[in-house]
Every structure is written in structure tokens, then in C-alpha cells.
Design a protein. Structure first.
Length: 298
């Protein structure tokens, strides 16, 4: 219900309690960080709202009138309840601005997660984000094991026990160095499956997407297993062999001509990027905010 105007503003009542406790308007003003004239004016405004004199003023100082003492007794639990309310709200804000643990596959950690985290930082500058990166399988394990509040994975599926939501789409590209033989004649699907590639570790989303695209063919064991996109690109640039990488991560090299994309008819390397969190748990606070940012592609 709407509060009556006489009691809707509590600052004056809080000052009145300080006058009662400290024995004068001057001491109360110092406690509230205001000047004595400002404190006197605030008390007079309170008296005008209440309709009775609350403070007896004399050359020797100020003290509460009988009516003021009675009002102080009534308002004391209200002020204490307001202080409790403020403490509770502050605690909620601290919880909301607490530590957010995010796990992401390298594809998402390199792009587009940094953009999403920048938006979250602008919305909630107090959020402390702890980011870990690993294969999509490792991300799922961390979320299931409560080592991460939420995760971002790429690939074709996710294990049970997780809620999942598609937040973006991506495409893998088969890339080689400019002098590679596949630049002039791309391989068949059988040749690609039989060729050892430079790859991420087992369990990565890219390897699972490639395996699904080549099915029922069994991809050859990797030529090299490297833990970062930069390392894989460097190995391809040096002519070590082909690799399959996210289109966004090789866009600059393809534009510069330092890497070449090889097209193969019938090879579908489209994939989705998913948000995952533990089943039976609702996302709240910064986790919910980051999920919303990712879902709208901000």
C-alpha cells in the first residue's frame, strides 16, 4: 500500500533517533555527515510533517520533547528494519556480483566469448569471471562436476545430465598451405578420411563434427595433436599438413592468402555452439545474464 506522506521518508526519523541517543542536534549532525543548520532544518521539516514539536530547543541545547520521545520509541524498530533491508539488498548484490566460473571450448573461448564477456562487464562491472578452456568433452565434465557454473561447447551432441541451448552457428573449413597439392585438386571424401590431419586433442568439437561429416568412414589418426588454434595454424602454414578449423579463426589468413580453404563436394562441416548447464539447476545472476547475452548474439 502507498505509505502516508508523514512516514514515507525515514531520513528525518533516523536523525531524530541520533538526537535522542547523542543528546543534541550538533552531535547528530556530525554523525550523519551534515551541517548543524541542515540537521535543524531537517528536524523542522519532520515536525511539520508529523504536526507536533519533537525537539525542545533552549540556549543550553536540544532534547526530545515528550512527543518526540514517544515517536522515537515507535520509529526505532522501523529504522532497524530498514537497516536490515539495506543489509539484505547489499548481500544480494554481492552474491549477484560474485565469481562466475565459465568453461568454454577453444572455438568459443577465442570467438565469440570475449565479445559476450565484454558486454557482461559493461552491464555488471563487479562480476569476477574465472574462465577455463578445454575440449568440449572437458567442458561438459567440468559443468557436470560443479567446477563451472556454465559452459560453452561446439560439436554434434552433449552428454546427459546437462541442459543445452544453441546460441550460435559456425562452420569448419579445411585449410592447407598455399603450396599444398589440394589447392589445385581437392581430395575426395575417402581421401580426406584416409589423410592424417593436424588436429586438436581427442574430444574436441571440431574432431567430432568432422567424424560425423565423414561417417561411415573412419577418420585417420591425427598427424599432430595440438592444444591451440594458433599452434595448428602455424603447423599448417609451415606445410606440415592440412587441418580443419573454425571459419572465424582462419578468416584473416584466408583473406591474406597465407592459408587456402579447400572445398569438397558433399562435405558438410556446419556446427552449432551450445550453452550447457547442469540439469535441474536454474541459471541466476551473472550466469543468467551471460546466457541471455550469448543467446541474442550481443
Amino acid at each position: 500500500m502507498p505509505l502516508p506522506s508523514r512516514v514515507a521518508e525515514l531520513a528525518g526519523f533516523d536523525l531524530l533517533l541520533s538526537v535522542a541517543r547523542l543528546g543534541g542536534i550538533g552531535a547528530a549532525a556530525r554523525e550523519h555527515g551534515i551541517s548543524q543548520p541542515a540537521a535543524s532544518a531537517r528536524i523542522r521539516q519532520l515536525e511539520a510533517r508529523v504536526g507536533v514539536a519533537l525537539v525542545d530547543r533552549s540556549p543550553r541545547g536540544s532534547s526530545l520533547s515528550a512527543a518526540g520521545a514517544l515517536v522515537a520509541d515507535w520509529v526505532r524498530p522501523v529504522i532497524e528494519a530498514a537497516a536490515d533491508l539495506e543489509a539484505g539488498i547489499a548481500a544480494l548484490r554481492r552474491e549477484r556480483a560474485g565469481r562466475l566460473r565459465v568453461a568454454a571450448s577453444p572455438t568459443v573461448a577465442e570467438f565469440p566469448l570475449p565479445k559476450w564477456l565484454a558486454v557482461l562487464r559493461r552491464l555488471e562491472p563487479g562480476v569476477d569471471v574465472a574462465l577455463s578452456s578445454g575440449s568440449s568433452a572437458e567442458v561438459a565434465t567440468k559443468v557436470l562436476g560443479r567446477e563451472a557454473d556454465l559452459g560453452f561447447v561446439d560439436g554434434v551432441d552433449v552428454p546427459g545430465g546437462l541442459h543445452t541451448k544453441i546460441v550460435a552457428t559456425d562452420e569448419l573449413r579445411l585449410v592447407v598451405a598455399p603450396g599444398h597439392s589440394w589447392v589445385t585438386r581437392g581430395p575426395t571424401l575417402d581421401e580426406l578420411a584416409a589423410t592424417p590431419l593436424i588436429s586438436r586433442e581427442d574430444g574436441s568439437g571440431a574432431r567430432r563434427v568432422l567424424a560425423a561429416a565423414l561417417a561411415p568412414r573412419e577418420p585417420a589418426e591425427p598427424l599432430l595433436e595440438l592444444s591451440s588454434t594458433t599452434a595448428i595454424k602455424t603447423a599448417v602454414l609451415e606445410g606440415a599438413g592440412p587441418a580443419v578449423l573454425g571459419a572465424q579463426t582462419v578468416a584473416a589468413e584466408l583473406a591474406a592468402g597465407t592459408l587456402v580453404a579447400v572445398e569438397i563436394e558433399g562435405l558438410d562441416l556446419r556446427r552449432v555452439l551450445r550453452l550447457v548447464w547442469r540439469a535441474g539447476r536454474a541459471l541466476r545472476g551473472p550466469a543468467a545474464d551471460l546466457a541471455a547475452i550469448a543467446a541474442r548474439g550481443a
